[in-house]
Design a protein around this ligand. Structure first.
Ligand code: APR
Length: 192
């Protein structure tokens, strides 16, 4: 099913979109981001869904790259996904991995830097840490979107970043955060 894009802004040369959808169904994106566990194994939520859709090769490839620490990212192939690449990020467990805000921001920054180094042009993120890891959605959305909008003007290869949210509440929270950070502009209005 096609994503419902609720809001978008342009930061530098990067289109940043907020959409409701499924991270395993992101045709046309070079990379999808996994809200991973340290061992890069299948789990619940995003990790479980991505591993199921990608097949066992994803965990096999991940074995050589694990473990990763909170705030870190690694990249693998997409295996049976429509996307050639998966960027695995380990978000902070809320109230356990500190400083949580810096660690969460690091996930988004490093994922985009990794994509840039690989020459990827489009990346789709889930809301890292907001499920099993317990990061409150409003706080996480502000950190995630602020970081992407800060990093975007430095990117030369990445041209499109999508936040893929599950459910209308997550969509609403991210839409509001994007519009607030972009100075009230949304709906494709450019951000300076
Ligand atoms: N597409 C988009 N978003 C999804 C999907 C999906 N298919 N499935 C879940 N989500 C949403 C959740 O609703 C939540 O808001 O992604 C967000 C992140 O949830 P989690 O996948 O639980 O990720 P996180 O909080 O970072 O916890 C990671 O969970 O499954 C385990 O092994 C994983 O230990 C790791 C931990």
């Amino acid at each position: 099913m096609a994503d419902r894009i609720a809001s978008s802004v342009t930061a530098g040369s990067v289109l940043v979109e907020v959409a409701e959808g499924d991270i395993t169904d992101q045709q046309g994106f070079d990379a999808v981001v996994n809200a991973a566990n340290a061992q890069l194994l299948p789990g619940g939520g995003v990790a479980g869904a991505l591993h199921r859709a990608a097949g066992p090769g994803l965990a096999e490839e991940g074995r050589a790259l694990a473990p990763i620490r909170p705030g870190e990212c690694v990249i693998t192939g997409g295996h049976r996904l429509a996307n050639p690449w998966v960027i695995h990020c380990l978000g902070p467990v809320y109230r356990m991995d500190e400083p949580a805000e810096q660690l969460l921001a690091s996930c988004y920054r490093k994922a985009l830097e990794l994509a840039e180094r690989r020459g990827l042009t489009s990346v789709a993120f889930p809301a890292i840490s907001t499920g099993v890891f317990g990061y409150p959605m409003e706080e996480a959305a502000a950190v995630a979107l602020r970081t992407v909008l800060e990093v975007a003007p430095r990117l030369e290869k990445v041209r499109r970043v999508r936040f893929v949210l599950m459910g209308s509440r997550a969509l609403q929270v991210h839409t509001r955060a994007l519009e607030r950070l972009a100075g009230g502009g949304g709906g494709g209005q450019g951000r300076p």
